[in-house]
Design a protein around this ligand. Structure first.
Ligand code: SAH
Length: 250
């Protein structure tokens, strides 16, 4: 749909909205208000599409999950779209899954806008790193049991040249471990943690499609997580929670 012409004098801006794990009910009130005043909504794959119905009828929707090319090329293209639409005087809402700054490249977009002189606002979102465990009945901390949680990306496996995560240190951290983007690499991650000294019998929960009608979860152990998750059909997007909290019951 074409974008309606805006006042010549009005200056454009970009609002990054963390859209939560998928259920539109988990998008913040501030996020909804931003969408309601958007001229353009730039959304990605993990953003709740129902939330687009809150945009004004004239708003243009750009589905950036459909942009082809490699990872960095498409990010450049997204940055270009944000800057170009804002420079045309529009209020551009960038709708991202979870929280924009948790493995969401949100800050890269803020930097690109800043470099182009485009003002930005960030509205925090409910991150799947906490919400997915929670929706499967697992608290990431629990008094008397664990005093912290560590969130890591499993996008690159342990030992990969691009991996900067010290899995042996994680194994000794005494915190709940939450792994995002780790479905594919779960066997290697579990192995690295056990090698680092974490007991293979440590409880582990896996949660896929958290907050969506298709949500499914599994409680297992670190040693069995990879094989059991495959058997249970746990696929991306999914979160793994490793630690004693994963065995708690209400
Ligand atoms: N910014 C997002 C994370 C983006 S990385 C956030 O804060 O939640 C994408 C990863 O997030 C997925 O691979 C998966 O590990 C996790 N994820 C996102 N939505 C999810 C959901 N509804 N259920 C389970 N995991 C989810």
């Amino acid at each position: 749909m074409p974008v309606a012409p805006r006042d010549a004098g009005r200056s454009g801006r970009v609002t990054l909205v963390g859209a939560g794990p998928g259920d539109p009910g988990l998008l913040t009130v501030a996020g909804r208000e931003a969408i309601e005043t958007a001229d353009v909504v730039v959304a990605d794959r993990l953003a709740p599409w129902e939330a687009l119905a809150w945009a004004p009828p004239h708003a243009e929707v750009v589905d950036v999950s459909k942009i082809p090319f490699g990872r960095s090329t498409s990010q450049d293209e997204i940055n270009r779209i944000l800057v170009e639409r804002a420079r045309a005087g529009h209020h551009v809402v960038r709708l991202k899954g979870g929280d924009s700054y948790v493995f969401g490249r949100g800050f890269e977009e803020v930097q690109a806008c800043a470099a182009a002189g485009v003002p930005t606002t960030v509205i925090p979102g409910v991150t799947s790193s906490v919400a997915a465990p929670e929706l499967a009945g697992v608290p990431v901390t629990h008094r008397g049991l664990v005093q912290g949680f560590t969130v890591v990306s499993g996008h690159v496996p342990p030992g990969h040249p691009d991996s900067t995560v010290d899995y042996a240190a994680l194994a000794r951290s005494g915190t709940t471990l939450v792994v995002l983007m780790g479905v594919r690499t779960l066997p290697a991650i579990a192995e690295a943690l056990v090698e680092g000294g974490l007991d293979g019998a440590t409880p582990c929960a896996l949660v896929a499609d958290a907050s969506l009608p298709s949500q499914r979860s599994l409680r297992t152990t670190l040693a069995k997580a990879a094989s059991e998750s495959a058997a249970a059909g746990i696929g991306a997007p999914a979160v793994a929670v490793i630690g004693h909290v994963a065995a708690l019951e209400p």
